[in-house]
Design a protein. Sequence first.
Lengths: 173, 173
Amino acid sequence: MADVTTRINPLFLRDEELRQGIELLYFAYREFTNEPDEMLSQQGLGRAHHRVIYFVGRQPGISVSDLLSTLRITKQSLSRVLSQLLKEDFIHQRPGLRDRRQRLLELSPKGVELERQLTENQRKLLARAYREAGAEAVEGFRKVMLNIMNEDDRGRFPAQTTPPLPGWRGGAS
Amino acid sequence: MADVTTRINPLFLRDEELRQGIELLYFAYREFTNEPDEMLSQQGLGRAHHRVIYFVGRQPGISVSDLLSTLRITKQSLSRVLSQLLKEDFIHQRPGLRDRRQRLLELSPKGVELERQLTENQRKLLARAYREAGAEAVEGFRKVMLNIMNEDDRGRFPAQTTPPLPGWRGGAS
DNA sequence: CGGATTATGTCAACATGGCTGACGTAACGA
DNA sequence: TCGTTACGTCAGCCATGTTGACATAATCCG
């Protein structure tokens, strides 16, 4: 029989492992964005607004062009969501000091509060997943995710400082 | 000073770690879908078509309703992409044997070939990431991703059969 | 100074892929 | 026979991405 499943076949196992990886990304990402999407739609906002709010909150005073290169969307796409966030007072802007053409963005108190709620949701989900998977698994998760993304984006993450963990497996203690 | 960053603060570190997790998911997922999206648009297809092609390829003979509950979209949304895939001969359908109301879906040769190209791209990206991260990291990645997704979706994945790895760290060998 | 470049914005149009609501048909099953 | 199920369609709306064209103000540089 030529049926590849009838005998142990490393190539088949490899394919299966990789397909599972594809699906892990799909299902986990979907769940990760699920509740924030619901919270946002109650405010008349969408996922695009979330991304803007997130990165402005992450880097207060970010310029529009930096935000554009972080998000990798067109200025027209950004404009649509950003002007809504400005109009509805989730975000404030001020001109750059050195370069007065720039509009530096920061969250308003209202924006801070929304960001907190959204990020809190995702932090809790992640914290639970991290806790149940264990510190070592988190380290592996981080390694794999960094290797999936492209080099430019990888540069956004500080090199890992791995503090010796209390429960470090195989430790001599 | 009340500045939380001026002293070692476990809560601050925790927040930073979790925010990095949020960003790992965002940037990795974006990269993961980037090239397939380009390949699809050359065929006049989009990411929604990819998901249909992927899951039909994964489970040949899947019914429309099973596909719907896998994708968690409405039948109207699915209909749009599925009928295009049928019309353009990426997918064939046949009536169910036991239940003739069902339309069981499978990839045509043309669909198999497209699925192969798309999945090949993502498999290669994942395989490289897995290789560079190492087997132990892959195990951690899997654990974390399974814990991020909801229980229903987790049930799609077989319980992990962890074969003793050759390079198992801390092993007595 | 004056011209090129940069940072940002606007208007218009289009594509994709979600959604809801309403309605239709054929097959199954008690 | 009748209710339910497994589909399907039409119509319209919304969010969010795209391209192209054009505008304004600030900066930079020869």
